[in-house]
Ligand binder design. Sequence first.
Ligand SMILES: *Cc1c(COP(=O)(O)O)cnc(C)c1O
Length: 833
Amino acid sequence: MPTAKASKPAKKAAPASAKPDESAQKLSALIHRHLVSTLARHEGSATPHDWWVATALAVRDTIHERMIATQAVHNADNVRRLYYFSLEYLMGRLFGNNLLATDMLETARAALAAHGQDFEKIRDAEVDMGLGNGGLGRLAACFLDSLATMDYPALGYGIYYEFGLFRQQFVNGHQVEHPDNWIRFGNPWEVVRPEYAQEVRVYGRVENVFDDRGNYRPRWVDTKTILGVPHDIPTAGYGTKTVNLLRLWASQSTEDFDLAAFNRGGYFEAVREQTSAETVSKVLYPNDKTENGKELRLMQQYFFVACSLRDIIRRHLRNPANSWANFSGKVAVQLNDTHPAIAVVELMRILVDEENMSLEAAWGIVGQTFAYTNHTLLPEALEKWSVGLFEKVLPRHLQLIYEINSRVLHLVEAKWPGDDGKKRVCSLIEENGGKMVRMANLAVAGSHTVNGVAALHTALLKQDLFPEFDALYPGKFQNKTNGITPRRWLLKCNPRLSDLITKRLGHTDWARDLDLLRGLEKSAGDAAFQSEFMAVKRANKVELAAIIKAECGVEVSPDALFDVQIKRLHEYKRQHLNLLHILALYRRLLQHPGLDIVPRVFVFGAKAAPGYDLAKNIIRAINVIGARINGDARIGGKLKVVFLPNYRVSLAEKIIPAADLSEQISTAGKEASGTGNMKLSLNGALTIGTLDGANVEIKEEVGDENIFIFGLTVEQVAALWARGYNPRDLYNADEELRGVIDWLGSDYFTPGEHGAFGAVHHSLLHGGDPYLLLADFRSYCDAHARVDATYRDKRKWAKMAILNTARMGKFSSDRTIREYAEQIWKLKPARIS
Ligand SMILES: *Cc1c(COP(=O)(O)O)cnc(C)c1O
């Protein structure tokens, strides 16, 4: 057994390890060596990017030693491991994280200074690893951090996209997308492992063959083969030696793939097929929440899942102590949404077709291996694939889906004899019109546990989305409220606040046990501490103001209230409700020039899916109206509106520490959890929000008096739809609401360009206002009035902000992961000494 002393968390600045000068000199020499021998660079001509690579390589040496040691212990002890399957990982930058993990942050700062280099400038040279869209991908990244930090043996599996989420630019207020060629200059954090490449087959047909005893032995033939090459990214824990792996698959053509075509005499055909195999991992689909039946997307899902399962099986069976008999004893697979749900069928196929197991036995193993996390109730986000597409890409899997379905329908019949309605909703195949495979039903049937991501979401999952399955499989549904890693989202992104907390609590243990922040509660009313806390906030706002000036060309005052909404652009998240409120404030100021309001800076960050026209129209409206407001001398700078382009993890890390107010204003019942809400609150921003997702639990933690709640509840939303909702009634009844909507629909903000915001305007009035902006508008404005009044009382605001930080312990992803490990994965930590 590995023995380990309970490792102490890294100390900042304090020279716990070696003498700082000495270790900085060593690191400085190592950086120099990498610059010269690895990068072939002269110090004098090295760019910030070169310095970043050289420093990363120097840090990586330590990370790799730990990674090897970790894998050696896990293998020697034949530990049970968690395999996290996710199509997205929004890792952001790895530099700061790895420096914290190795306790080398201050050393690296000093080492770079010795070379005359500015640490922050070097840090900014790293391109974000943006292999995800939003919350779901960032959750996966936070989970990897917590898994390693708490010494859980785990691997993340996913796709090595050549192009991550697009880079966003604004041109005349419009969103313009550019490819994110993030690996153009190489990635010092990855290790390519061609020796562990896997072959995956697609297309072809099933031959009906019977063996010599008359057993049906289908053969999947005439397939095309794609090669998956693993790229390993180490994921280092904080305050511990554990370094786990994120293993991402890049697709390549196989040699026989090429040769067959060559032999048919077609050079171009060969090259074309080669590119089509390589296309599979080329680009991340940029739609958050919706994916619509694209063949390439199904190929991506199957490709990474098939590679990963083969890799798991290879690693499992290479230990002579292991066999299929203990497979599910050693292997726990978590499906991050239904994107990897085809894994259920692929494992069945391997067991039945390649290992000659009975369907019964195979289904038994499958059902002990997988667990599934549902991330959304939005109907448009529930994945479905046409049976025709399945037949073309994965014909054998389609057969097995029918096998699985007959088992499910058998259970339904046993529970509700003769009830065809129940069979219709539980079936893996949807029969309305063209037949579709329902991936959510497949994931539920093939998993031992299904979880929602916040208490409210899980309740709605059981009540509204899967009531039949909840009855069919009692106890299968659980809640696991999301969390965020306090390392990235406080320790690393907000060093000023981290230092203040450490000073007040007298230790840094809080970064590994976030509940310890409760120790700040007793200082919440302390005037001296309040002013220190708000001085940190102000310094962070000064820094953000400089970024705003550089990115948007707008001057903002750090004394204004920074009102922040940062998240994917989506109707249900209601950035346009925020816009309606901004218009209302602007209109009040124009009509009453002396009006006394707290000056505000509205900060937006959001990418819209490239094909989501209404979302892009909202972006344009915010940009154009914002520019008009920013340039209007009549309002004396009381309002500023800035939309920071290219929202991503590294930008979030700069905005969040500077936020006063956090906008979490989704229509009740639509946001499964949210995690941005947690990051902002942890950094001392107060929330203005609806009773949706994890906001409900944030309110429970911080207390009703430390949050601004408004709007309809889930029950009230349901009742409103039931009795019939007409936004026109509200429009007619509320003069201010009517005024701002008419204004938005006019060409006041776009002289000479008629109907510029027609899509937004239309959805609110004629489109039936599906996200109930008009219904919540007045209550939202009232909540903002309470914000305004509260902000004037500096001490009260400070106290509320401190209590928000102090009470966020629950939302550490360490807590989330511990719950998954204990209640779903049955996973134990393995200490690395
Ligand atoms: C946390 C995070 C999200 C999720 O934000 P929500 O407000 O929960 O939607 C999306 N994108 C990035 C870059 C994040 O860091």
